[in-house]
Design a protein around this ligand. Sequence first.
Ligand SMILES: Cc1ncc(COP(=O)(O)O)c(C=O)c1O
Length: 353
Amino acid sequence: MEAAALNALHNERYVLGEDVYKFEEEFAAYMGTKFAVSTSSGTNALHIALLALGLSHTDEVITSPFSFVASANAVLHAGATPVFADIESKGFNISPDKVKQRINKHTKALLPIHLFGHPCNMREITVIAEENGLKVVEDACQAHGAEYYGQKAGAMGDVGCFSFYPSKNMTVCGDGGMIVTNYEDTAKLAAKLRDCGRKSQYEHDVVGYTSRLNTVSAAIGRVQLKRLDEWNKKRVENASVYEQFLSGINDIGVPPKGDSNLKPVYHLYVVRARKRNELREWLLNSGVQCGVHYPIPIPLQPIYKQMFEYKGGEFPLSERASAECLSLPVYPTLAREDIQQVCERIQEFYLKY
Ligand SMILES: Cc1ncc(COP(=O)(O)O)c(C=O)c1O
């Protein structure tokens, strides 16, 4: 990464240099899509993708209440309204049945999120979109390399969006994002929107943004992309070690597993625990880093409550997930013994409480 970054610094334009276009080409090839357009963040990727699909201010986009806030913020940035459909009772992803219930004449797009690296039920979501003439924007910001019936997460909708924030399965060592699509007009408009709406150097035919990925970051991204599959494999192995050690503990709900058609990449390994707060405290005091993703469903974030008057109780499964979820360490360099130790601490907690 250092060599690639220095090479870009010494030899390329800082903005839209050669490495940016090479990273886009290589990412598209990895994803099996015709086009990839890089952006300065995952949020910007979602924002620009929605604009490139032609959203207007009267449109609604159906998405999940249980995600990082950026998924819904991007809809607001694009001038449309996020409408929430609760998650499935198993796992943490949006429920296709609940999506159906939220469709009306204003609905323009569906924005499923492959949360924690676990692919959504895209078969049903794609059928719902087709039947109702809706666009599909996949938020694959946590799912680089995940697969669903032979296709990559992010490559199944009209567009797919990725984040390269440092905590993701691959990063550009800073903020960065990518839009993938098979539609040339969408890719061209997205590329224009992220580059100030340029038709030529000082001629602008759309109102664009300064949302480009910088060249040094792209050079680093190219190096990371080569390691992605190997790191994902390690995450999957780590998840199966957890599964083995945790399945005997009644109070812990392990995340849904993959199979030959559905291949999650465990951006996070998220268990459910009824005494989540106490367990988290216990683990932190034992030196085990763990986190809560996410403690507040998006509609109950202060700004969403203020804007849309959500009171709580509208999305019970998301609220329950927020109260029970606990993310355990799953990063690729974690050793089997480390995982065993984490699980032993969890066992001790349940023996004591
Ligand atoms: C599900 C999801 N959507 C969108 C984003 C936004 O990405 P970024 O932080 O790169 O703007 C993130 C990442 O943080 C995410 O996890």
